[in-house]
Design a protein around this ligand. Structure first.
Ligand code: NDP
Length: 453
């Protein structure tokens, strides 16, 4: 690490104490950028990096709401408007009790580079709340979403900031948020993405992140003249990203043997076929149950509960060739990364954001496996959100095939950008450098063009 990069990381840590995930995300990116700054001293003198790590705006607000028993609760809402150099702020909303300012800042920071890689004109943002939708009634979720939007509406707009879903924010929540925005503003615009199909949503948006991660993995495998056909795959999570990752792996002839939620994981040696995926979708999206029920329905599958004392995740300790972490940040540590390699995994495509910690990333890079970091591999979600914005602006809807073809092409382009950029900057095969540098250059050049704002 150069002295400059070291001092920048130290500065971020000192200025944002206790925001560990933000430190981690910045460290990973700026390490990749050392070589760029050596070749382009103009970025350094314009203080582009110092500006990129400082959000343009952070909005933090009170979200009071009433439960079905008439009790009052107060949560905290956030929107991080990180960077608008190449387009309106764009990024999801996360509702989860673990949400903090630091987690949302890491997500917003990652989003800036990811959105740039999609080639679409979108800046980076992220938001959410420490509200936990689990165990709440539909009416409670609606009242929370309405209260959340009652503040957020004054900061967003189709040309300013366009939020979407993330953990805990799916079609139901986007509906309630959109309804409240429309009522307060008295306008029907493409202010949110992930909308319902009959009120402005795009076909393939629900599938996009998972499908995109699998398209990205296929592109990585193609560099070794391989496909997903016959590959055994480990997938974590059982939400939006996981469900459609499994669906697409099955379509490509792979076999998925794991799925999980925050309480535990399932190992199903026979494979999670289309019928079982339909069961998971119903369990998680309709009945909102726990993944444990999978083993009750399919008794040959084995359920293992999370052991909070364990220093590794047993899900990553099964024989396989590919892994698709699709739950949350830091779900693969150094020991997990070693276990994956030991069990034969040589292709990792991250559906989740920053699921691998810095130790794990180093282990994957040193082993020279096909490692697609989240900001490249999971960019299909936001790319399709960008396509939803285009359709809203044109007041048109594209067919499923048209959106899927565009998504597939975007994932191929992102892969190519990452591979070519890594090569151009002296680290062929390193998709981490490729994604960080590729994403950075476009934003940095836009910031240079737009002056000191
Ligand atoms: P969902 O809420 O639909 O699903 C999240 C899944 O991950 C659930 O199975 C959940 O389990 C599990 N999970 C969440 N938090 C934890 C935790 N702390 N420990 C263990 N498991 C956990 O979210 P998504 O599928 O939309 O998002 C998954 C990941 O993908 C996130 O990292 C998100 O940022 C990223 N992503 C999502 C995009 C999208 O379009 N949705 C786009 C790009 C990235 P449980 O049911 O118990 O909560």
């Amino acid at each position: 690490m150069s002295e400059y990069v070291k001092s920048l990381v130290a500065h971020v840590k000192a200025k944002n104490p206790s925001e560990m995930e933000f430190h981690q995300a910045v460290e990973e990116v700026v390490e990749s950028l050392g070589v760029v700054l050596d070749r382009h001293p103009e970025y350094r003198s314009a203080r582009i990096l110092e500006r990129i790590i400082e959000p343009e705006r952070v909005i933090m607000f009170r979200v009071p709401w009433m439960d079905d028993q008439g009790e009052i609760h107060v949560n905290r809402g956030y929107r991080i408007e990180m960077n608008s150099a190449i387009g309106p702020y764009k990024g999801g909303l996360r509702f989860h009790p673990s949400v903090t300012l630091g987690i949302l800042k890491f997500l917003a920071f990652e989003q800036v580079f990811k959105n740039s890689l999609t080639t679409l004109p979108m800046g980076g943002g992220k938001g959410g709340s420490d509200f936990d939708p689990k165990g709440k009634s539909d009416n409670e979720v609606m009242r929370f979403c309405q209260s959340f939007m009652s503040e957020l509406f004054r900061h967003i707009g189709p040309d300013t900031d366009v939020p979407a879903g993330d953990i805990g924010v799916g079609g139901r929540e986007i509906g309630f948020l959109f309804g409240q925005y429309k009522k307060l503003r008295n306008e029907f615009t493409g202010v949110l993405t992930g909308k319902g199909l009959n009120w402005g949503g795009s076909l393939i948006r629900p599938e996009a992140t998972g499908y995109g991660a699998v398209y990205f993995a296929s592109e990585m495998l193609a560099t070794r003249k391989e496909t997903l056909e016959g590959k055994i795959c480990l997938v974590s999570g059982s939400g939006n990203v996981s469900q459609y990752t499994i669906e697409k792996i099955n379509q490509f002839g792979g076999k998925v043997v794991t799925v999980s939620d925050s309480n535990g994981y399932i190992y199903d040696e026979e494979g999670i076929d289309a019928k079982k995926v339909a069961f998971v979708k119903d369990l998680k999206n309709v009945r909102r149950g726990r993944i444990k029920e999978y083993a009750e329905k399919y008794p040959k599958a084995v359920y293992t509960a999370v052991d909070p004392k364990s220093n590794y995740n047993p899900l990553w300790n099964h024989k396989a060739q590919c892994a698709f972490p699709s739950a949350t940040q830091n779900e693969i540590n150094g020991k997990d990364a070693q276990n994956l390699l030991k069990n034969g995994v040589y292709c990792v495509a991250e559906g989740a954001n920053m699921p691998t910690n810095l130790d794990g990333v180093k282990i994957f890079l040193d082993a020279k496996i096909l490692y697609g970091p989240g900001k490249a591999a999971n960019a299909g979600g936001v790319a399709t959100s960008g396509l939803e914005m285009s359709q809203n602006s044109m007041r048109l809807s594209w067919t499923r095939e048209e959106v899927d073809n565009r998504l597939h092409q975007i994932m191929k382009n992102i892969h190519q950008t990452c591979a070519q950029t890594a090569e151009r900057f002296g680290t062929p095969g390193n998709y981490v450098n490729g994604a960080n540098i590729g994403g950075f250059l476009k934003v940095a050049d836009a910031m240079m063009d737009q002056g000191l704002v």
